[in-house]
Design a protein around this ligand. Structure first.
Ligand code: 5RP
Length: 260
């Protein structure tokens, strides 16, 4: 692994503890104006001081985020479907590696949909992108999307995560499920969890805690932060769990503002 790749990875995964709090706001690429992100800049800017890495689309980056930010970017580079289309998540490449480099991305994110009838397209799309990214030392975060018809269990997440890692992804983003340890022990690259649909803050914090203690290196969380009743306190609480080894109870106190 060359110096550049290692340096970019160290921007995404913090060397001090090998962990990361990634703020995911890329939802617009298939969901449009997601609740909470209608004014993406207004939502994101107050969260940046507590964000290790920002995951978003090139359009969001260009139109909502100041080029003066010093938060590393993981750029969403797969897409091509929408929530109202016939084949949600049948994705392909939507950003060239050259444009990702031009936008100074520290990493790129590409979704695969293992188990779908079109799984091959998404998996080949990711691996072709990995080949291009490797040429420039850009790490690839594989997103193991989960279709509605798929069973979100440890067997499925282990399968999808391992496939992504075997094909060359440098980091895997998947979903926390009971038996998550199985996913971690069978995946040879770092794993972060997506937050998934909005849930009560204490439950989301418990999930983050459980994922970290099962071996995840962090979170790539979106809706559970930006749709929270207090997004700033929520990302602070997530930080407490990821970087300060807070308990879910302590983190919930941070969310409520009753604990520094
Ligand atoms: C959507 C994505 C999101 O980045 C990912 O799901 C994280 O966001 P959330 O915590 O809201 O699930 O890849 O396809």
């Amino acid at each position: 692994m060359d110096w550049g790749m290692k340096n970019r990875l160290s921007r995404i995964i913090k060397p001090k503890d090998g962990r990361t709090v990634m703020l995911a706001v890329d939802h617009g690429y298939f969901m449009g104006p997601t609740s909470g992100l209608e004014h993406l800049d207004g939502m994101v800017n107050p969260l940046l001081p507590y964000t290790d890495t920002l995951m978003l689309t090139r359009g969001a980056l260009r139109n909502y985020i100041s080029p003066t930010v010093d938060v590393p970017i993981v750029l969403r580079v797969s897409g091509g479907t929408s929530i109202i289309g016939p084949k949600l998540l049948h994705e392909g490449t939507v950003v060239s590696i050259e444009d990702a480099i031009r936008l100074n991305a520290s990493g790129v994110a590409y979704s695969i949909l293992v188990g779908a009838e079109f799984e091959r397209d998404t998996i080949l799309g990711m691996t072709q992108y990995i080949d291009e990214a490797e040429r420039y030392g850009i790490p690839v975060l594989a997103v193991t999307a989960v279709g509605k018809e798929m069973k979100r269990d440890a067997r499925y997440m282990s399968l999808a995560s391992r496939i992504a890692a075997e094909l060359g992804a440098h980091i895997v983003k998947t979903y926390y499920i009971p038996g998550f340890e199985k996913v971690i022990e069978s995946c040879p690259v770092p794993v972060v969890i997506a937050g998934g649909k909005k849930q009560p803050e204490d439950e989301a914090l418990q999930m983050a805690y459980d994922a970290i203690h099962a071996g995840a290196i962090g979170v790539d969380m979106g809706r559970n932060i930006f749709q929270s009743s207090n997004p700033v306190n929520m990302i602070k609480a997530v930080n407490a769990i990821v970087h300060k080894n807070a308990t879910p109870k302590e983190a919930f106190e941070v969310f409520k503002g009753t604990k520094k």
